[in-house]
Design a protein around this ligand. Structure first.
Ligand code: GSH
Length: 323
C-alpha cells in the first residue's frame, strides 16, 4: 500500500514535499488538485484545505509541508540532508517573513495599502542574508545541501519568477543565483515538475514520481562492486558505494540491476575495473526504500535509497565468471 499525496504542481510547499519524496526514494499515489476545486476526499481528511497533504496507509494524515519532508527523510536520507541542526530557524524565517513579503511583492493588488517597493526591499534583505551564507559556505548551512536548502529553494524560485530581471541582474545575489540553478538544473527538477490533470476517483491514477515503479520483492537484485569496496564494507558494517567511483552520499542511491541487466552494466562500466564482484541482494531484506527509476532512455533500473546491509546480500561472486 502506498501513501496518497494531494499536491499542486507550482505550489512551493508541495514542491518541497515532493523534493523530499524524490530524495528518500519513495513512491506515492499522486492526486494533483485544482486549488479552486479541491477534491472532497482531500477535504474530508484535511479540512484546512492546503497542499501538500500526505495520507499514510494506516490513515495518518500529514498536512504540513515540513512534516511531510521530515516523514520522508525519516524513511531514508541517503544524502544526509539533516546533518545541520539549525535548519528550523531558516525555514521559519522563510515560511513567515519571507513568504509574507513575497506574496505582497508578487500580488500587491491583493493587499490594499501595501507598498510594493517596501515589500521588495524587505524580501531582498532576506535574500541577501541567504546569499551571504551561500557565498561563505557553499550552501545555506555548510558545505553540503541541507534540509534548509531543500525547503527554501522553491520560494526563492518564486521570487525570481515575480521579478526575473531584478533577480538576474542584481550583482549582490550571484551566489544565490548559482545555488538556485543547482536545483533547477538537477535531473530531479524535471521529475518534480511532471504534469498531471486534476485527480478524480474515476479517472487515470498516477504515481509520483510518474516515471518510477515499485520494485518487486520476489525478484533478486544485483550490484557490481569493486572487490576493495566490498572489503571496506565488511570492516565498516555496510556498503555505501553507488556505482564505480561514486558514493551513496554523492549520488543519493545505490545503483542496482535486475538479472537481465547485469551483463550490459558490467560491459559498460566495469569491464576494465580489475576484480569485480557480483552481489545478489534480497530486496525484501534491504531495510531502506527501493524504487525503480527511469534512465534517460526510459529503461527502468532498481535503486536502493540507503546503505546496503551486509545481511541482505545472499552471495558475492567474482565477475565475469558469475555471468
Ligand atoms: N503551512 C502549509 C502551507 C501550505 C499552503 O499554503 N499551500 C497553498 C498552495 S501554495 C494552499 O494549498 N492554499 C490553499 C488555497 O489556495 O486554497 C504547509 O507548509 O504545508
Amino acid at each position: 500500500m502506498l501513501p496518497i499525496l494531494y499536491s499542486f504542481r507550482r505550489c512551493p510547499y508541495a514542491m518541497r514535499a515532493r523534493w523530499a519524496l524524490l530524495e528518500a526514494g519513495l513512491l506515492v499515489k499522486w492526486r494533483e488538485i485544482a486549488l479552486k476545486a479541491k477534491p472532497a476526499e482531500m477535504l474530508a481528511v484535511s479540512p484546512k484545505g492546503t497542499v501538500p497533504v500526505l495520507v499514510l496507509p494506516d490513515g495518518t494524515v500529514i498536512e504540513e509541508s515540513r512534516a511531510v519532508m521530515e516523514w520522508a527523510l525519516d524513511q531514508a536520507d541517503p544524502r544526509g540532508l539533516r546533518y545541520a541542526a539549525d535548519a528550523v530557524a531558516l525555514i521559519e524565517q522563510n515560511d513567515g517573513p519571507f513568504k509574507h513579503h513575497l506574496d505582497r511583492f508578487k500580488y500587491t493588488d491583493r493587499y490594499p495599502g501595501t507598498n510594493k517597493e517596501e515589500q521588495r526591499a524587505a524580501g531582498l534583505a532576506i535574500l541577501h542574508s541567504l546569499n551571504q551564507r551561500i557565498a561563505e559556505q557553499g550552501w545555506l548551512l555548510g558545505e553540503r545541501c541541507s534540509l534548509a536548502d531543500a525547503a527554501l529553494w522553491p520560494f526563492v524560485r518564486q521570487w525570481r519568477i515575480a521579478d526575473p530581471e531584478g533577480f538576474d541582474n542584481d550583482n549582490s545575489l550571484g551566489a544565490l543565483r548559482s545555488w538556485l540553478n543547482r536545483f533547477l538544473e538537477d535531473p530531479r527538477f524535471e521529475r518534480l515538475m511532471q504534469r498531471a490533470d486534476p485527480w478524480d476517483a474515476g479517472g487515470q491514477q498516477h504515481h509520483f514520481p510518474a516515471d518510477a515503479v515499485e520494485v518487486p520483492l520476489d525478484q533478486p537484485l544485483f550490484h557490481l562492486a569493486l572487490k576493495a569496496d566490498w572489503q571496506t564494507a565488511q570492516a565498516s558494517g555496510s556498503y555505501r558505494i553507488s556505482t564505480r567511483g561514486m558514493t551513496l552520499e554523492q549520488v543519493g542511491f545505490i545503483h542496482c540491476s535486475w538479472q537481465e541487466q547485469v551483463n550490459a552494466t558490467f560491459e559498460r562500466f566495469y569491464a576494465d575495473a580489475g576484480e569485480v564482484l557480483l552481489l545478489e541482494i534480497d530486496p525484501s531484506a534491504v531495510g531502506a526504500p527501493l524504487r525503480a527509476d527511469a534512465i534517460p532512455t526510459g529503461e527502468l533500473f532498481p535503486h536502493l535509497y540507503g546503505p546496503l546491509r551486509l545481511d541482505a546480500v545472499r552471495s558475492a561472486v567474482t565477475m565475469p565468471a558469475a555471468a
